[in-house]
Write a protein that binds this ligand. Structure first.
Ligand SMILES: [Cu+2]
Length: 419
């Protein structure tokens, strides 16, 4: 009877596992909407992101360019940003990263970052697996995680030839990194895995260690409990065999690598502080006067007071928040601002240039489903704040990005939030 119920439980778990694997619909995003709004808005802002081309064959490059600024409003609840790397955010290893620069410097790994830092990035990735993939730039900040920028769909078509990724070694030899010693790595890891599985099955199939957990848990850690036959001398022999096999594998591995590859370099690290990039000429002083958000119509209204402290009239060009850019301009300007799904219209009232020395109260209005689709606005948070960049342009064509942080009051909720 007991055995039968155990079989039932195992069958149920197996059925559930199979249903989970095959019953899940295809995911179309990267779960960025799952991040808390403060984690997106107050930390970074991505702008001028371009991902092209959007259709390639396997082995061909896609270039991702853009800028990310680590905002001065970085939440005090997170570790201060110190080290980060820029990364393509794609669903699994479907692309290969070939080239990456940050502020014009080669950036093979992480670099040092700071609040207020502006990082222009360029990445070149090669299509590896055919499919339609959502490609984002992201910045992985140590202690915080990966914060992602706007994404674009990229179609990778089969090319007829298998993907190769040639890399020239210091020895002069060129290898295909895509498959290099893949079989050996697989079988060697599998051999280690088998030892682990043997150990696990030994102690779970016939022994009472797991099935009689209520008893074994009361024994001391080093108690073999020979009186109840828990761990026998025979068990010790077999465990010594497994431990010996593990040590033998390590010794064989070390000697093999030392003999086969006598010239080796330790894994290289190249952390650097990128060159300073200015956020623009000083031309505007902005004081936020509060914001409201209507969740029913996805409408954000921000009041700001803007003072022109430069010599030339200024206008508001864009408001950038997290991965989204809202443009005060024509459809043409919107198309140029970044990936289509993350660009929207910004209405500025009054929309006339602010003369040097003048200060004006402006109303910024954004009505766009991306605000709720990407969950950019806090609705029931203990800290109802948003932050972003206001992009100004003066009569001389110069620009400045000004960080603003504003309290936001939700005025209406979508029906699913109502009790
Ligand atoms: Cu995505």
């Amino acid at each position: 009877m007991r055995k039968r119920s155990l079989v039932g439980v195992v069958a149920a778990i197996a059925a559930l596992a199979i249903a989970t694997i095959f019953g899940v619909p295809k995911a179309f995003a990267h779960g960025e909407a799952g991040d808390e709004p403060f984690l997106k808005d107050l930390t970074t802002a991505f702008y001028d992101v371009h991902i092209s081309p959007t259709e390639i064959a396997v082995g061909q490059p896609v270039t991702i360019t853009g800028t990310v600024r680590i905002l001065e409003t970085w939440p005090y609840t997170l570790y201060p940003p110190e080290k980060a790397y820029i990364t393509p955010v794609v669903p699994g290893p479907v692309f290969v990263l070939r080239e990456r620069t940050v502020n014009g410097q080669q950036a093979p790994g992480s670099f040092f970052v700071e609040k207020g830092g502006v990082y222009n990035f360029k990445m070149e990735i090669l299509g590896r697996n055919p499919g339609k993939w959502h490609v984002h730039p992201g910045i992985a900040v140590q202690g915080t995680g990966t914060l992602i920028g706007p994404g674009e769909w990229v179609t990778v078509k089969p090319s007829g030839a298998p993907f190769v990724f040639p890399v020239k070694l210091l020895s002069g030899q060129t290898i295909n990194l895509n498959k290099y010693e893949g079989g050996f790595v697989w079988w060697w890891s599998f051999a280690g895995f088998l030892i682990g599985v043997a150990w696990m099955l030994y102690w779970t199939l016939n022994k009472r260690t797991v099935t009689n957990l209520a008893v074994t848990i009361q024994l001391g850690v080093n108690d073999d409990a020979p009186d109840i036959g828990l761990i026998t001398p025979r068990d010790h022999v077999w465990m010594n065999v497994l431990a010996g096999l593990t040590i033998a594998m390590l010794l064989i591995g070390w000697s093999y690598s030392a003999m086969k590859y006598p010239v080796r370099l330790p894994q290289q690290t190249d952390w650097f502080a990128p060159q300073f990039v200015s956020s623009g000429e000083k031309m505007a002083e902005v004081s936020p006067q509060g914001a409201t958000y209507d969740d029913g119509t996805d409408t954000l209204v921000m009041k700001v007071n803007v003072k022109n402290i430069g010599p030339s009239p200024i206008t508001v060009k864009q408001y950038i928040m997290a991965m989204a850019t809202f443009v005060n301009g024509k459809p043409d300007d919107l198309a140029k601002a970044g990936p289509h799904d993350y660009v929207g219209q910004l209405e500025v009232d009054p929309d006339s240039p602010i003369a040097p020395g003048d200060a004006k109260d402006l109303t910024l209005r954004i009505s766009n489903p991306v605000l709720s689709d990407e969950r950019l606005i806090p609705l029931h948070d203990p800290q109802q704040f948003i932050a972003g960049l206001l992009r100004f342009e003066n009569g001389l064509g110069k620009q400045e990005m000004v960080v603003i942080r504003s309290g936001v009051i939700p005025t209406q909720f979508k029906s699913q939030y109502l009790p």
